[in-house]
Design a protein around this ligand. Structure first.
Ligand code: GS8
Length: 211
């Protein structure tokens, strides 16, 4: 299996977490944005939107990080998807959507302003950061209530829903807002548990979000 894209991208490292957790054999193939390699015909054949990540397993080409994560789990560690259990897999689907549409939707602009923009010589728009921090705090209140009742997001079992939060949260730790979880003890305990996983440790070592 080949994963195309640089590990500075949290969409790429979202897939690395799944690959590591699933114990899959894979290779990361860096794609150089500086030379617009992501818009080259070779890369467009892997991801027609000219973005990273892209993924290849034999003659199968995938893009969209969350679809790649699901494929990897389905192939190598299906328990992460709870597909044999209708209710558990439904709850996992709910929290996969929450990650994408609530958590990461609020976190993305913060990461862009605090990490990406300065990397390209830009400034941080504090208004955008503050607005999205407020959104994220409201999201975290829901997480706190959920995690007060269950060890993990979909229930009392680790699932892909938890793991898909890892890459963006690791990036959050590289911003001035790393203490955001402090008022939410159950969220903090959940995150500390994820951080202790060897897969997450490995990805944390790979990521240099502020470099
Ligand atoms: C988003 C991919 C994306 O935005 C996914 O895979 O989850 N929904 C998709 N990739 C960015 C890199 S930032 O992580 C990208 O490739 N941008 C370059 C471009 O759009 O030209």
């Amino acid at each position: 299996m080949k994963l195309y894209g640089a590990t500075v991208s949290w969409n790429v490292t979202r897939c690395v977490v799944a690959l590591e957790e699933a114990g899959a054999e894979y290779q990361i193939v860096p794609i150089d944005f500086a030379t617009a390699e992501h818009k080259s015909p070779d890369h467009l054949a892997c991801n027609p939107f000219g973005q990273v990540p892209a993924f290849q397993d034999g003659d199968l080409h995938l893009w969209e990080s969350r679809a790649i994560c699901k494929y990897v789990a389905r192939k190598h560690k299906p328990d992460l998807l709870r597909e044999g259990n209708l209710k558990e897999s439904a709850m996992m689907d709910v929290w996969l959507e929450v990650e994408a549409n609530q958590y990461t939707a609020a976190l993305n602009p913060i990461l862009y302003q605090c990490l990406v923009s300065p990397m390209f010589g830009g400034t941080t728009d504090q208004k955008v950061v503050e607005e999205n921090l407020e959104k994220l705090k409201k999201v975290l209140e829901v997480y706190e209530a959920r995690l007060a009742k269950h060890k993990y997001l979909a229930g009392d079992f680790l699932s892909l829903a938890d793991l898909n939060h890892v890459s963006v949260t690791l990036c959050l730790l590289a911003t001035p807002h790393a203490s955001l979880f402090d008022p939410y003890p159950h969220v903090k305990a959940w995150w500390d548990g994820l951080m202790a996983r060897p897969s997450v440790q490995k990805v944390a070592a790979l990521m240099k979000p502020s470099a």
